[in-house]
Design a protein around this ligand. Structure first.
Ligand code: UD1
Ligand code: CA
Length: 507
């Protein structure tokens, strides 16, 4: 092998069996999500950077849940079960034994190891670590870091020539050792044979009564097999997550990394601190993201679009030049130059065409709105197809549910649905048709027709002066008609009786 060749990495071992008791959670620690992926998924992405022939994940706590997740995200990974959490060294020993067994004999080459609770680890660092180990033929190499708060981490102890001597766990360290600022990241690359020999010598004689993987370093060094510690440039990559405080810190760090990347690529982000973007999101250069916005899942925003303020978008496609503000969108497709918001809820199956509008207090579900059609105000569109250039009046409801089943409605091109319509599905409104305000449309409307489906208006003259004498309304009415106001009820003796049908309005 040439000195700079990309090495073959026999296997990557990811440790995910721990209890994660400091999380105080019914969800296994490694399944907690940051920026749209479980921590385990982030670490699996990172170790793939070392291009390993096989990936082994050690499972233990909540085995079924973790293994089901693993099948979903990395079906090729091999799960190795650690029945009792006897330490990181024990976990690696089981993983290596399983690899040897699967190989039909001792596996050779480089083994990289990472904990599943270090979600910011990058694929590039894993590649560098593996390449460096192979090219230098070092028995072992680990990533170390200077972190702002080393509490809880193992410390790297070096001799007077700066060579790594051993790692001391926080729980076992003396006051003087705790002063050491260089920490063990828990990420290593070892020669398989040397790792195997050292693992066989681990004991549980320590504060936690566990087989510590970092003890492998001391064992190798003592046997004259030097282990290097490569100080990582950016400590944030190896920030470990043991509790919810560190989970929030890791999430903020990853958010910063994602958002910084987009800003460098030409996306305007007004307020990085209130903008959350998942790893799977695509933002094209020259789109704008305004404050208080969360973009998750497979959301994408095209050039020239403006999203925010106050938007929550999941699995939503925003077309070029669209404007989306104060909106919650889930599984929606928003066409180019379309406008959404404010206070709009687009649910799965919503597709807005080019230049279409879903305005204030509008909810849509399973609704296709054609190019340049507008649903401007206070409307529910469920299970409907609307053609092009149509307008749906304020306060309209597509009545899609009969209490048992949902039904579909169709509105043609260039239609004008009046305000406050109930379109009782299934119903079709033909091209160019109008419906009168306040209509309850239960039957199809032919193209070009005007549908009027409401009670005819009837005015009962002088009703107020007779039924509400002396009221402010009666005085206003009298002033408007130029007549003197009728006296207060009872002032001239008997109240007047009215025989007209009253409108019976509630008081
Ligand atoms: C570990 C290291 C510490 C290092 C730190 C970096 C040990 C003993 N200590 O400490 O030197 O600074 O990581 O973040 O390794 N796990 C198993 N089986 C077990 C125990 C743990 O699979 O029996 C897994 C956990 O799920 C976790 C990882 O190993 O993903 C690390 O275990 P954890 O208990 O978090 O170790 P730390 O105390 O953080
Ligand atoms: Ca940890």
């Amino acid at each position: 092998m040439s000195a700079t060749a990309e090495p073959t990495v026999a296997a990557a071992i990811v440790l995910a069996a721990g209890e994660g008791s400091r999380m105080k959670s019914s969800t296994p620690k490694v399944l907690h999500e940051i920026c749209g992926r479980s921590m385990l998924a982030h670490v699996l992405t990172a170790v793939s950077g070392a291009n390993p022939d096989r990936v082994v994940v050690v499972t233990g706590t909540a085995r079924e849940q973790v293994e089901a997740h693993l099948t979903a995200i990395a079906p090729d990974a091999i799960a190795v079960f650690q029945a009792t959490q006897d330490g990181t060294g024990h976990a690696v020993r089981l993983a290596l034994a399983a690899l040897d067994e699967g190989n039909g004999g001792p596996i050779e080459g480089t083994i990289v190891i990472a904990p599943a609770d270090t979600p910011l680890l990058s694929a590039a660092s894993m590649r560098i670590l593996a390449t460096h180990r192979a090219n230098t033929h070092a028995p072992g190499l680990m990533l170390s870091a200077i972190v702002p708060d080393p509490a809880g981490y193992g410390r790297v102890l070096r001799d007077r020539w700066s060579r790594v001597k051993r790692i001391v766990e926080h729980a076992d360290a003396t006051e003087a050792e705790l002063e050491m600022k260089e920490i063990n990241s828990g990420v290593y690359a070892f020669d398989a044979a040397k790792l195997r020999t050292a693992l066989a010598q681990l004991t549980t004689a320590n504060a936690q009564g566990e087989e510590y993987l970092p003890d492998v370093v001391r064992i190798l060094v003592k046997a004259g097999e030097p282990v290097g510690a490569a100080l990582i440039d950016d400590w944030r990559e190896v920030a470990g997550v043991n509790d919810r405080v560190q989970l929030a810190q890791a999430r903020a760090l990853l958010r910063d990394r994602i958002i910084t990347g987009f800003m460098r690529d030409g996306v305007t982000i007004f307020d990085p601190f209130t903008t959350w973007v998942d790893v799977g999101v695509v933002l094209e250069p020259d789109c704008v993201v305004l404050p208080n916005t969360m973009l998750s899942g497979h959301t994408s925003v095209a050039a020239g679009a403006v999203v925010g303020p106050n938007c929550v978008l999941r699995d939503t496609v925003v077309g070029a030049g669209a404007v989306v503000r104060d909106a919650t969108c889930d599984g929606a497709v928003i066409g180019p130059s379309a406008t959404v918001g404010p206070y709009t809820y687009l649910r799965p199956g919503t597709r807005l065409g080019r230049g279409a509008k879903a305005g204030g207090f509008v909810e849509m579900k399973n609704a296709v709105v054609g190019d340049n059609s507008k649903v401007p105000h206070l409307t529910y569109v469920g299970d409907a197809t609307i053609g092009e250039r149509s307008n749906i009046g304020a306060g309209t409801v597509f009545v899609n549910w009969d209490g048992v089943d949902e039904h579909h409605s169709t509105v043609g091109d260039d239609v004008r649905v009046g305000s406050d319509n109930m379109l009782v599905a299934p119903v079709a409104i033909g091209d160019g048709a109008y419906t009168a305000a306040g209509s309850v449309i239960t039957e199809d409307v032919p193209p070009g027709a005007l549908a009027v489906a409401r009670g005819r208006q009837r005015n009962v003259s002088e009703w107020v002066s007779r039924k509400r004498p002396g009221s402010a309304a009666a005085r206003a009415a009298a002033a408007a008609s130029g007549a003197p106001a009728s006296p207060v009820s009872g002032a001239d003796g008997e109240p007047r009786t009215v025989s007209d049908e009253s409108q019976g309005d509630a008081s």
